[in-house]
Every structure is written in structure tokens, then in C-alpha cells.
Design a protein around this ligand. Sequence first.
Ligand SMILES: Nc1nc2c(ncn2[C@@H]2O[C@H](COP(=O)(O)OP(=O)(O)OP(=O)(O)O)[C@@H](O)[C@H]2O)c(=O)[nH]1
Ligand SMILES: [Mg+2]
Length: 559
Amino acid sequence: MKLLRRKEGPSLDSRLAALLEAAELAEGRLPEEAVSGARAVAERAGVRRTLSIDHTVAALAGATGSGKSSLYNALAGTDLAAVGVVRPTTSAAQAALWDGEGAGPLLDWLDIPQRHPAASASGLSGLVLLDLPDHDSIQVSHRLEVDRLVELVDLLVWVVDPQKYADAALHDRYLRRLAAHRGVMLVVLNQVDRLPESAVDRCLRDLRRLLDEDGLAGVPVLAVSARTGAGLAELRALLNDRVAERKSWSTRLTADITTAAARLGAPEEAPPGQATDRALTAALCEAAGVPLVVEAVAKGHRHRAVVATGWPVTRWIRKLRPDPLRRLRIGTMTPAGGPVGELPATGSSRQSAGSSGQVQGPGPGGEVVGRTSVPAASAVQTARVETAIRDVGEAAAADLPGPWAAAVRQAARSRSQELADAVDRVVATTSARATRRPRWWRAVNVLQWLVFAAMLAGGLWLGGLFGMDYLRLPQPPLPTVGVVPWPTVLLVGGALAGVLIALLSRLAAWAGGRRRARRTSRALRTAVGRVGDDLVLTPVRAELDRYAHFTEALTRARA
Ligand SMILES: Nc1nc2c(ncn2[C@@H]2O[C@H](COP(=O)(O)OP(=O)(O)OP(=O)(O)O)[C@@H](O)[C@H]2O)c(=O)[nH]1
Ligand SMILES: [Mg+2]
């Protein structure tokens, strides 16, 4: 026995674990019925294997009046069960035991209080034979009892009679559904004494054909008579073989696993698809106003360069114009997201890109989330983002079985509400990096003021000379550069130099702005791509992974 336990155990164990794993992974994806069915099988199997495997529980099941109780008595060698003319007769299952020592817990689990030792000593040691009520009963409790025990027993002996062997109730409700259990099934055609000899074969052939149609090819079919005892020896021998093998319990559990696994999914299911970006990053960039931000980075850089390095005489005019970056509230927040300076975080800030559209208020901690003031995504842009998300889901779900495809599509959408906020936040932080002021601005600024001071000095000097001349005072000696007096050199040279420096700086700022815009564009696309990856592709990948694990577990459960 120990040997058998070792031989059957590990494979059944691992298949059960795999079934349970598949059921857990299918939770919320596949119909609840299939998932809980698989769990119930795993639970049942777990219990059965801890109970006596030296006993084989065989149930006599069938329609009322087919002769289950008569057969039960005949096999037991004594009248244990009432056999009646009033239908239905048997209302509660009872058990006959051959060497039933140790079968108590097994019968407790089966919830069968009526137990009797069998009188016949014709082998069958270890058999626990159950006489069931009728499966087609007018009594609901009978049918429930049959259904309950058909799920639990190790071996099913279907007792049919020549009148009712083709009943749809038997074939549709039980036999066809139990096709995977053909290894633990026998069919007994009882009451053959009521048939003329020539009809027995015909009846058996017809029964065999029906069973084949039910998917039960290979199931042994025996013709017996509980009344005359015909065929009982063969039935006993067959039962004796199964009981001696002591394998029915594990064959039954294996069939249960196969059936439960089939309800979770078909074996030829497709391998999972891929989660790919497709047009998502592009759509998110458009919706987040990336082209606008990139343009503002170039313009903003030039604007600030002029303010910082322009000719001091005219640069204030530039200050009157708005700063393109500041207008979008870029570079005005701390990296943590809190606003800096004078700009309040109001409802005028960016509110939607992607599919959300709801107004974003303070964050969960009460802190104000830094936002840009890039105009909200247009309806077209929002629709493009939604389409891109759907495309990601569709592409990944292609070839997947229905419920899993739906789960993958749902995963693609699962975090889309967060997209608008997240994308805007990375736009704010990424583009803020492009607002750093180059060091040469400061140097040029100092130079500009020096040149301006020279110009001013020249002007004052000339003004002084002009005043002295006006007052007819004697002119002090005037130093010259060549023929041009110094104050004139200072005034005109300072002015020319200031304007020239301003023009050269403007040229450099123009090139610098272009370079920054290009760099920012690249950085923004990468950062926005990462957001799409985190919020759309990652959930899809997680679902695809789940499906891959599920199919792998299901394959192991079927093995
Ligand atoms: N001729 C003949 N009659 C039989 C045979 N087996 C059973 N009967 C009769 O068929 C009737 C029903 O027999 P039961 O054993 O009570 O049938 P059952 O399947 O237990 O019926 P329920 O308990 O109502 O489900 C009784 O009158 C039996 O005597 C048989 O092999 N030949
Ligand atoms: Mg009966």
C-alpha cells in the first residue's frame, strides 16, 4: 500500500497544486463557477487522499426501480436494503462493507450513517458498496443526495434496466458529463431475466452505442439479473479487480482534475501576445502639449538670454514682454512639485490630457501638485490617447481566449485616469531642467555693464566739457586716441560695443535655444514614454504574465 501511495502521490499532488494555482490566477477573470469548481475539486481531493485508500467506495446509481437495492442485497449476500414495489423505495444512501475496518472516517466524510457488514465472503475485501436513492426521483432530496455522492465516490456503477436505459435524464445529466470518469465507471444492465434471450444482445448493443455517443467508449457493460443471479459472478469479479487495484480513488480524483481544468480553459489556447507601445507615446506627447512646451523652451531661452545679456539701454523693453516658459508655468516649480514664487496653483492650470478630464485639486496629502499651464488636451487629442490605449490592449489581447482578452483590455485602461496628471508632472519636471541659465550670460552681463559704464563715463565727460564751454571756462587738456578725443571714444565705442555684444549674444542664444529645444524634446518623449509604460504597458504585461502562468499551471494540471 505504501508503495502505491508513493507511486500515485506526487503526480496527483503536483496536479492538484497546479489546478489550485490556475484557479487562483483565473480569479476574477473566468466565470466564478469554473473557478470555485476547481477549488472544490482541489479541496475534495485533499480530503479523500488523507482517508483510507485501502477502501474503494463504489456506488450503485440509477433510476428508480432499476434494481439498485436488489443488486446491493444480492452482492452483500443478505437483505440489507428494502426492495419495494412502491417507487421510490430508497430515500437515504446506505453502505455495505467488506472488511470495513478503518473505513469509518471515510464514511463519516461521505456522511453515510447507515453501515452494515456484508455477509458474502466472496473476496471484495476493501469494498464499500453504496445503495443510492434514485437519480430521477420525484423527491428533490433523493436527487440532491445522488448528486452529492456521485461527486465523492471512487467508483460509479450505473444500474439500468431494459425499459429505461436510454433515458435522457441519465445520459444528459450524468453520463455525458462524466466522460472523463470512464476509468472509474461500470454500467450494469439489470433485469435481463425479463428479456427474451435474443433481445439481451440487441439491448446490450444499443446501450453500448449510446454510451459511445456519451464519450464513454471502453466502459465495461454487464448484463445481470439481481433476481436470478445471472451475470453477478462477472460483476463481482470486475468489482474485485478494481478493489484489489486500490487505484479507483486516485483515478477518480485525476478525472476530477481533468474536468475542472477543462472548465477553466481549452488546451490549445494561444500563447500570450505582446505589450507594445504602438502610437501611445506620440499621442500622449501631443495631448500633453509637448510641441508647445518645446517651442516655449526655445523661445523662453532666447527671451531670458536677451533679458540677461541684452544692451542695458534697451533690455527693459524685453522685460515688458511675457516670458514664454513662465506663461506655461515651466521652471516655476520645485522638483517636488510645489510651486515656487508668485504663481498660484489655481484651476487655470492644466486639467486634462488623456482620458481623465476631471479637475485635479490638491494631492492626497493636501500638498498642491505642481502643474503646468499648458492648455488642456483637445477632444481630438484625448480621443487619440484613448485610441492608442485601446490599440495597446487589442494588440496584446489578440489570440487570447475571450475572458482573458477582456482582462488584458481592461488592464490597458486600468490606470488611464492617472495618465493626465502623471504626464503633466513629468512635462513640468523634465522641461524645468531646460530653464537652467548658462554661465556665460553672467559674464556677458558683467561685460555689458562695464561697457555701459564706459559709455556713461564718456557721456558724462562730454557733458562736463560741454558745460565748461558753455560757462566759458578754460578747457582742460583733452586726451585723444589718434584724432578722436577719449570721451567720444568711450561714448560711441561703448554704445557700439554694447549693441554688438547684444547682437552676438542673441545669435548664441538663438542657437542655444534650438539645441535646448531639441534636447528637451528628446527628454520629454522619453519621460512621457516611461509614464505610458508605467501606467498602460506595465498593467498589460502583468495581465499577460498572469495568463502565461495560468496556461502553464493548467498544462501541469492536465499532465
Ligand atoms: N425481474 C426482475 N425484477 C427485478 C430485478 N431487480 C429488481 N427487480 C424488481 O424491481 C423492483 C425495484 O427494485 P429495487 O431494488 O427496489 O429498485 P431500486 O433501484 O432500488 O429503486 P429505488 O430504491 O426506488 O431507487 C422490485 O420490485 C424488484 O423486485 C431483476 O433483476 N429482475
Ligand atoms: Mg432502492
